[in-house]
Structures are given as C-alpha cells and as structure tokens.
Design a protein. Structure first.
Length: 367
C-alpha cells in the first residue's frame, strides 16, 4: 500500500525551497507514495511544474499577503492545523518554517510529523512566544536540516532533537543538464568574463554589494566583465540605480524571472553568490551540475557543495572579501579555466537518485 504524504508550504512561488519541493515530489516513486501538496496561498510560479499525479490545493485563492505570518498567530495552532490539513495521512511534512510548521504543532493525528529547516538563525516570528516555538519543534518526530551548518545552528540556539538529520536538497540533475543545452535569446560577448547569479532581488542575496564591488573594480580598471541577474524582487529599482551610480549600467543585465535559468547559467564563465545568508543554495548546486565554477560568500552549505574540489572559491561573508574574490578571478583567466575543469568533475556527485534515497531513509526512520 502506498504511503500517503502531505507537504505543507506557504506557496509555490519562485524561491529555492519551493523549487526544491517540486523537484522532490516529482522524483519520488509513484508506486510507493501518494503525494499531496497543500499551500496557504494559491499563486505561485512553480505550481505549473508539478507532475500531473501530484494532488495540489490551497487554502486561499490569492497570492501571498504581506503580514500574514503575524496575522496567523491570532489563530490557535490546532485551528490552523484543521484549516490546512484535510484527510488522513501517514506522514505530514512542514516544508517551510513559520505557519506550516506552527500548524503541525496543533496536530493530534497519528501521522509521523517532520519539519524542514532551510536556513540559519531560525526565527520565532511566527509563534506567540518562545515556549510555543519550542513545544512545536519538540512535538515533531523529526527535523530535516538541509546542511550541517543549519543543524549546528539550531542545536546551539535551541536544543538537540533526537531525530535531527541532514537531508540535502533534491535536484533533477539530468533535467538541469538537458535544459542547459537550450539556446538563449541574448548575445553573449565572449571577449568578456560573463558572470551570473540566480535568485530573488532582495537584500538577503546581496546584489547591491555585488554591483558596488564590481563598480569599484571597474573604476580600478578591471572592465572585462558582464553581469547577468536572473530573478525578480523588491530591490530591482535599487539595483538599477546603483549600477548607474557606478557607471556600469551597460555591464549589468537584469533578465527577470526565467522558467529555465539553466540555459543562461550554462553559457556563463562564473556563477556568483553574494548572499548574506543561505540554507543550502539550490542555485549554486545547479551551477555545479552545469559545470560552471562558483565564487561565493561563506554561507551555510557552501563547504558541502564545493568542498575542497577547486570548483569554486568561498570568501568571508563581507563586501571587501567579495570584492577581493572578484578581483582574483577577473585578473587570472588561468585560474578561471582550472576552476571550470574542476566544476565539470564536481558535477558528477549530484545524483538525483542518491538524494531521493536520503529523503526516503529519513521519513522512514532509517537515517
């Protein structure tokens, strides 16, 4: 008999965790699992990528509302659970923190209950107080952390769950490589070192400091680069303004949200992650799969993705260090060529079936 699994998440928007969830449920064996995704909000660009056999429904027929995390605290956990969860399941998974995990704290079902932790410094903002936060996580049968750093941070900040395990994000390696072969409607200047990044245009991703760093290097004489940003978000206007301020607007191209970012990334010389914080970067993992080397700030999960492979450079998480790392790669084409060779070798470790097995072992208590 198939195991019935419910995944709770706020929506299926354009974020990394939402994309990873779609990758995961689409890759799970259909003869073993009956899968339902339940969201709070119905609008989300990743919903259209769900396989036809995935059951999908939403509480509210609208896009995510500002302030909903605070508003849901007015609802007791057990009522929130009843609003979100309809039917009986063998396994209930809160795939994001905040309201989905808080809802599981109100469950009295016999299902196994698991929560996913994607980031460092987990916030208590969705909970009425610290006691409610702790009791919610203590009531779970397990917590899946997407990186060693995320697990260590939670353990040090709160408590050690007896079934806290590392479960890496699932990526569809063959699909990503196939998508990377598609042509793009943008002319790439191969005389430049072409840089890219993929993610929401928000403060967390550090794109302002990335363009400031590149702008300063441009003024120092390093003008052999072009940056492509794939994504949308609230900082789009600020990014455009800072590019104009530093005189590099003609070297920064905003491509917006792309349903297939892989066809762009595969054509690049270097992927840059300038984030202030990450849990386990899907975009960096996908860059490795495509054989594109990475320059990244020191965020959670980067050592696991890149390690000592030589496929990337991890710099301290500061603007000055990011600038120094950019100067290093922009000044040394031999280094960049060597990193690309190493990235192609590193891509082989990201096998979808191994990652699915890791997930299955976790939910079945074998991790």
């Amino acid at each position: 008999m198939k195991q019935k699994i419910l995944f709770l998440i706020a929506d299926l928007g354009g974020g990394g965790a939402e994309k990873v969830l779609v990758n995961l449920v689409n890759a799970l064996p259909t003869d073993k699992y009956d899968i339902t995704i339940r969201t709070i909000f119905s609008k989300g660009v990743n919903a259209k990528f769900l396989a036809p056999h995935i059951k999908y429904s939403s509480l509210l027929p609208c896009k995510m509302m500002r302030g909903y995390v605070m508003l849901q605290k007015l609802i007791p956990r057990r009522w929130l659970y009843k609003l979100l969860v309809h039917g009986k399941y063998d396994i209930e998974i809160a795939y994001m923190m905040h309201a989905p995990t808080r809802a599981l704290g109100g469950s009295n079902s016999s299902a196994k209950k698991y929560a996913w932790s994607h980031i460092l410094h987990m916030s208590q903002i969705a909970y009425r107080n610290k006691d409610e936060f702790l009791s919610t996580y203590q009531s779970l049968d397990g917590i899946a952390f997407v990186s060693r750093d995320a697990m260590q941070d939670f353990n040090n900040s709160y408590f050690v769950h007896p079934y806290g395990r590392i479960v890496h994000n699932v990526v569809s390696s063959d699909y990503i490589r196939s998508c990377g072969k598609e042509s793009i409607p943008v002319a790439i200047d191969n005389r430049s070192i072409n840089l890219c990044s993929v993610g929401r245009l928000c403060q967390q991703k550090g794109y302002i400091r990335l363009i400031m760093s590149l702008g300063e290097l441009h003024n120092e004489g390093l003008k052999n680069w072009h940056l492509y940003l794939l994504g949308e978000g609230g900082e789009r206007d600020a990014i455009t303004q800072i590019a104009h301020k530093y005189g590099v607007a003609d070297r920064v191209t905003l491509l917006g949200f792309q349903t297939n970012p892989h066809k762009y990334v595969s054509k690049m010389d270097l992927f840059v992650c300038s984030s202030e914080t990450e849990g386990y970067s899907t975009a960096v993992t996908e860059s490795m799969i495509l054989g594109v080397p990475v320059l990244t700030t020191d965020c959670s999960g980067m050592n696991e993705i890149i390690g000592d492979s030589g496929a990337g450079i991890i710099v301290p998480n500061s603007t000055e260090s990011l600038k120094a790392g950019l100067r290093q790669v922009l000044s040394d084409k031999d280094l960049l060529a060597e990193m690309k060779i190493k990235a192609s070798e590193r891509s082989k470790i990201f096998d979808t079936q191994n990652l699915i097995a890791e997930f299955e072992n976790f939910i079945n208590g074998k991790a």
